[in-house]
Design a protein around this ligand. Sequence first.
Ligand SMILES: [Zn+2]
Length: 456
Amino acid sequence: MKLRPYQQKNADEILACLARDVRGTLYVLPTAGGKTAVVVRGVIREVVNLGWPVIFLVHRRELLHQSVRTLARVGIKASVVDPDHDPDPLALVHVCSIDTLKARKKRLAGWLRTIRLVVIDEAHHTVAPGWQALLEMLINAQRVGVSATPFRGDGKPLGALFDEVVRGPTVAELTPKWLCPAEIWAPWTPDLTSVTISRGDYAASDLERVMNNDTVTRLAVNQYAARMPGEPAIAFCVSVDHARYVATQFSAAGWQAVSVDGNMDPDARDAAIQGLASGRYQVLTSCEIVSEGTDVPVVAGAILLRPTKSVLKYMQQVGRVLRICHGKTRACIIDIAGNVELHGLPEADRVWTLESGLVPQVHRTIRCPKCHRRFAPGPFCPSCRHEFRYWDRPAVPMLTTMADSAIRAMPTADLERIAVSVIDLNRIARVKGFNPGWVRHATERMRDRQNERRRA
Ligand SMILES: [Zn+2]
């Protein structure tokens, strides 16, 4: 299979970084955009032809064999390094779990020095303890990190492991040719005022109280029946208990439902996930396990029952269902967690930089009072055509929330796009050292944009 045009372009850009001896390159592409194809077909295959020893790092053991199979499909025989296997001296490509390498880095130090390229899947995990030390031991290796969400869960930057970024297309640019358009239904928003925040996110124990009950679950079941009856869907829950309860309630309502969790036997878990793909199950409920690295393109729906403050978690959950698949015309997202209201639509334009991480932004959406569809502000509800007379309220200014360092790091064109006042433009000019002439011209451009928006 050939790479898609954008995948080939991005692969060439990554190879160009390697050729320029860039130490750390971060490749950013939305979930379901096919990043594995880019790194495996576009990058690893090329450097293997040059005889480079490569490590492909995954952060969970379940992904080891999946990655070996992916490499095998392009004719690369990779060895697995896990608790039961040391590196195979005859292989050029080694798929390793990060935990194994961290535990054995002293013993494997000599071998680590021979590696020329380390590819880091889901590179947003590199902020976890132990990564820095491990990557420093790969002294002769260039790094290529891959992520859909190139910042930490709290939006902070990934740190000093990467020097350059290759930006793939955004969710909006990939839709509808390469990703399914998302359709959001938001019948209810939980009241989270009493929920405590722990390590930057809602505490699961408190969420359980708000989300794990009859009323909320019945709402989820009814919405599923109304919006996508019988279609394969994943429900994202707060805890293992919650996931089990939701599955029971779906089953009681006559649907084929199953819950999966990390304590299950891996074969049973895989069978459940495959059952969703084959039609044996209609609804799969889970708290964490299916939010990363699970590829079931046929899944057409996400039921969000786990409120989160982490845009990373949110994007991973909705990203699961955006994958295109024959016969699938849209991704249906039933949001009972208030996540879309908080984080914006999946295709919202998120601004981030390597230096400052995710720039805080308000992604405004509106909810139709008649049919409960949630969508980008506009004069009509896209589903029932309900008319909104006062939809174009001004966006909350976000430049005011940014630190000078973040402004300095961000490209001027991006800053201009989010500026809503002359005060904003003056601040950009002060931080970036632009002259008053720039402010004058930028003000004209801003007014033009605002008029255009008003006319739209
Ligand atoms: Zn409506």
